[in-house]
Design a binder for this molecule. Sequence first.
Ligand code: AHM
Ligand code: MG
Length: 323
Amino acid sequence: MQLLSNYLKHHDTDLELVELIDTLMIACKEIALQLREGALAGILGTTNDTNVQGETQKKLDVISNDVLKKVLLDNPLVRGLASEEEDDPVFGNPNGRFLVTFDPLDGSSNIDINVSVGTIFSILEAPEGATDDNVDMFLQAGRKQVASGYVLYGPSAVLALTTGHGVNMFTLAHTGDFLLTRENVKIPEETKEFAINMSNHRFWEPSMRNYVDDLLKGAEGPRGKNYNMRWIASMVAEVHRVLTRGGIFTYPWDSREPAKPGKLRLMYEGNPMSLLIEQAGGISSTCYSDILDIQPDHIHQRVSVALGSREEVETLLQYHCDC
Ligand code: AHM
Ligand code: MG
């Protein structure tokens, strides 16, 4: 089995990018170790703080954020980072080549119940000629990502990674190395599995309600087949399932906070996951356009997300189109 860095080098990955990904994995291994200790290390539960999104921070949100920040800022390749848990970007080496955005611990409502969580990351290049440290350098469309991925902390810790040439998965071995365990992941085009928080049904747009209602009608309904449903409340675990056996995952706009485009965050969740999904042959959309084409105007901006098996997402998009 191949080591992560050897695999990337053998596939002509830019050596500085390999070094940055290795740095990210040092932080993720540390987070995996802390998660494993759980209550033994006194790291479960909440802090007294809220993040910029107005959400209560778990102790492990803060620990994971601090680990990633420290490890990344020690690497001179890092020009700056932006995190779901930081109000503003943090800048590193003014000559650094890369920008990193991340959700340090996605699905953190699952921490205290010992269910899977994950770290999601996105890597961009600092724009040429950007001399001042400025939040604007992060505001790049998802198509400009040079790499993205997540580490799922489940029964095993698994890295799903794309550098724009397909998706590969690496499992954390007891030696502390990430080893290649799935190469060139492709999402099945069809599925009978969907993931959505059904408790929000009454808040969705009519088009989303119509789509899900038709799924629920099963073999007797217009879709002509029986569907199964999953909701883990951890996007990393849901996307991992979609990459592994297909499916559709959606967290759409809803009327609870009508001014916000959705619950999930474009720069920390939407963009990195969308690149993985597209690179594995799936589709990732707001229900109206490709997420990767959105020009962000704020680092913490939200987005509506629908991603997964090509044929299923295409069907969902038809429910949302006027045609
Ligand atoms: P988080 O980044 O604060 O953990 O929030 C994102 C998570 C996603 O992982 C998951 O899909 C969603 O929130 C679940 O939300 P809900 O509890 O509304 O179902
Ligand atoms: Mg998250």
